[in-house]
Design a protein around this ligand. Structure first.
Ligand code: SAH
Ligand code: SF4
Length: 338
C-alpha cells in the first residue's frame, strides 16, 4: 500500500483497521504532506513497533526521480518515473521577487491533441496519470528540495480536461491535504468544450487558462488540430458560460510565433475577439522545439503586439521564460530521458 495520495479520512479508516488512534492518522498525514518524508522510518513520532507494523504492508511512495536538471535561472526539472516505467516531467519555478514556488505538473504521458508547436504531442499519447501520480510530482519536488510548493499550474504534459476525473481528485487533495488554496491553482486547456462545461457546473474556483494562440478558425487550425473538433467560436461560447457561472476571470494564453500570429493585424483581430470575454491575456514568446521551424519574435515585436492588445482594455502580461537551457520551458517537455 502506498500512503502518498491518501486523504486524512482514508488514513483514519486505516488507523481504525489497525486499532490505532485517530491521532496517528493526523501525524502520518503531516509527515506525508507537510514534512514530505520519503520513508516510514522518518516518521519519528511514531513508535518503532508501530513503524515496523506499517512497513510490513505499506510504504510512503513508489515514485522515483530518474533525472534532475537545474537551470541557471534556478528552475528545476525532474523526470519522475512510476512503477510501470512510464515517465513524465515536472518543473519547479521560482521567481526572484516573489516567495512563491510554482510547480508545473503533468497529467498524462504524452498528449493526443498534438499541437504543431509542442514537444509533448510529438511522442503520441501513452496513458492518463492517476490522481496519485499527479500529486506525487509535487511531493517529489517537496521531498527533494525540502520546500513547500505554494502554487500549481496544470501546464506540463497532457491535456487536463481529457483526464478530468483524476485532475479534479488531485485538485481536491492539493486543496485539502497540501493546503494550497484553489485560487493558487491554474488549469490550462487547449479548449475541450465538455470539460469547460463540467468545470462551470462545478463552479471551480481555480483559474482556468485557455490556450488560444490565434483569433480565427483559419489561423488556429494550422496550429491546433483540435480546432477542427472544437472550433474557436464554440470554445468562446463555452468560456463565456464558464465566466457567467463562476464569476471568475479566465486567462488567455497566446504563443507568439514570428511572422505567423504576431503581426499588427492579428493583434487587432485578437483584441476584437476578446472584447466581450472577462479575461487577462498572457503572451508566451515561442520556445524552440527542434521538430519545427517556428521562431520567437524579437523583443520589440513582442512589445508592439502587447501594446496593440492593451487597446482592448485587458491586462496583458508577457510570460517570463524559465528553464529553456534545460528544455523545461513551456512546450519543451517530452518526458523522455534524452
Ligand atoms: N495541454 C494544455 C496544458 C499544457 S501546455 C494546454 O495546451 O493548454 C501549457 C502551455 O504551454 C500552453 O499554453 C501551450 O500552448 C504552451 N506551449 C506549448 N508549446 C509551446 C512552445 N513551443 N513555446 C511556448 N509555449 C508553448
Ligand atoms: Fe497537448 Fe497542450 Fe502540448 Fe497541445 S500544447 S500538444 S494540448 S500538451
Amino acid at each position: 500500500m502506498i500512503l502518498a495520495g491518501m486523504t486524512l479520512e482514508e488514513l483514519e479508516n486505516l488507523m481504525a483497521e489497525l486499532k490505532a488512534t485517530k491521532f496517528r492518522a493526523k501525524q502520518i498525514h503531516n509527515w506525508i504532506y507537510s514534512k514530505s518524508v520519503s520513508t516510514i522510518d522518518e516518521m519519528t513520532n511514531l513508535s518503532k513497533d508501530f513503524r515496523e507494523q506499517l512497513k510490513s504492508f505499506a510504504s510512503v511512495t513508489d515514485t522515483k526521480i530518474k533525472v534532475k536538471q537545474t537551470s541557471k535561472d534556478g528552475t528545476i526539472k525532474y523526470l519522475v518515473e512510476y512503477p510501470d516505467g512510464e515517465c513524465v516531467e515536472t518543473v519547479l519555478m521560482r521567481f526572484d521577487n516573489r516567495a512563491n514556488l510554482t510547480a508545473c505538473v503533468s497529467c498524462q504521458v504524452g498528449c493526443v491533441v498534438n499541437c504543431s508547436f509542442c514537444a509533448t504531442g510529438k511522442g503520441g499519447f501513452k496513458r492518463n496519470l492517476t490522481y496519485k501520480e499527479i500529486i506525487e510530482q509535487v511531493l517529489t519536488i517537496q521531498r527533494d528540495t525540502g520546500l513547500k510548493v505554494t502554487n500549481i499550474v496544470f501546464m506540463g504534459q497532457g491535456e487536463p480536461l481529457l483526464n478530468l476525473d483524476n485532475v479534479l481528485k488531485a485538485l481536491s487533495i492539493f486543496n485539502n491535504d497540501f493546503q494550497i488554496g484553489a485560487r493558487r491553482i491554474t488549469i490550462s486547456t487547449s479548449g475541450i468544450i465538455p470539460g469547460i462545461k463540467k468545470l462551470a457546473e462545478l463552479n471551480l474556483q481555480s483559474t482556468l487558462a485557455i490556450s488560444l494562440h490565434a483569433p480565427t478558425h483559419e489561423l488556429r487550425k494550422q496550429l491546433m488540430p483540435i480546432e477542427e473538433k472544437y472550433t474557436i467560436d464554440k470554445v468562446k461560447q463555452a468560456l463565456k458560460e464558464y465566466v457567467d457561472k463562476t464569476g471568475n476571470r479566465i486567462t488567455v494564453e497566446y504563443i507568439l510565433i514570428h511572422g505567423f500570429n504576431d503581426t499588427a493585424p492579428v493583434a487587432k483581430e485578437l483584441a476584437y475577439f476578446l472584447k466581450d470575454l472577462k479575461c487577462n491575456i498572457n503572451l508566451i514568446p515561442y520556445n524552440s522545439v527542434i521538430e519545427n521551424d517556428y521562431k520567437k519574435p524579437s523583443s520589440s515585436d513582442i512589445m508592439k503586439f502587447k501594446y496593440l492588445l492593451e487597446h482592448s482594455g485587458k491586462k496583458v502580461t508577457v510570460r517570463l521564460e524559465r528553464g529553456a537551457d534545460i528544455d523545461a520551458a513551456c512546450g519543451q517537455l517530452r518526458g523522455k530521458n534524452k
